[in-house]
Ligand binder design. Structure first.
Ligand code: SF4
Length: 228
């Protein structure tokens, strides 16, 4: 079942195959990681959460020692510590986060995905890699029939979302705490919850919580939607 945000369901599945071959540089990086760390996931990391979710959180890409290692978005590195504790605090997750895909943590009315599904060197995907992975992102959006809110974690996630929705970037500038109404969804912007941003003080826990407090309030007031 598709939503109406994307005009037609893309001819592409919402999840990339683990060994997706589209990006030569990223495939080589994955392969090098697999050779050095054969016990790691080392593939295109699938989204986490159910298709019935109203909230989609969009990260940049798997971290080398985080999602690329564990196979679950934001799991196993610092960014995940802040993200999952925040989701638990605002009712978007239940259980206990133990930085392990087998920790039993469940997302509530929420899905987490990445703008780029494979780990890029230096956490920096190239423009053509972002474009290549857009087919999966577009399909991911199309397969969320109840989608009402998105959180873009950083500018790459924000820009990938706007490009996928086919709207002009100039109309929706990225800014931490911004809220953009785009068709049937509201896009909330946040700085990425990376260690770099938090260690430098660009992003505090309070600033991050403020974004999710806004999302919680929006979804709780959203008319005609089932309660949690
Ligand atoms: S980044 Fe996306 S398009 Fe590129 S190889 Fe990985 S899954 Fe495929």
């Amino acid at each position: 079942m598709a939503n109406t945000l994307i005009s037609s369901v893309p001819d592409c599945p919402p999840e990339a195959p683990r060994d997706c071959p589209r990006c030569t540089r990223l495939v080589a990086f994955r392969d090098a990681s697999a050779a050095a760390n054969p016990g790691w996931f080392n593939g295109a990391v699938p989204s986490f959460g159910a298709d019935a979710a109203r909230l989609l959180i969009v990260g940049l890409a798997p971290g080398l020692k985080g999602a690329n290692r564990t196979g679950r978005p934001f799991t196993g590195d610092y960014a995940g510590d802040l993200l999952y504790s925040t989701l638990l605090a605002f009712g978007f997750a239940r259980g206990t986060y133990r930085a392990d895909p087998k920790d039993g943590l469940q997302l509530v009315d929420c899905m987490i995905t990445n703008a780029v599904r494979c780990v890029p060197p230096g956490n920096k995907p190239l423009p053509q890699e972002i474009t290549s992975c857009r087919a999966y992102f577009s399909s991911r959006l199309a397969h969320l029939p109840r989608l009402r809110a998105m959180v873009a974690l950083g500018r790459v996630a924000h820009d990938q979302t706007l490009a996928t929705l086919g709207v002009r970037k100039a109309l929706y500038p990225f800014k931490h705490g911004a809220r953009h109404e785009i068709g049937q969804v509201v896009l909330f912007d946040s700085l990425h919850c990376s260690r770099l941003n938090t260690n430098t003080g660009r992003l505090t826990t309070a600033m991050f919580h403020d974004v999710f407090r806004d999302v919680r309030a929006f979804l709780d007031q959203d008319h005609g939607t089932p309660r949690r």
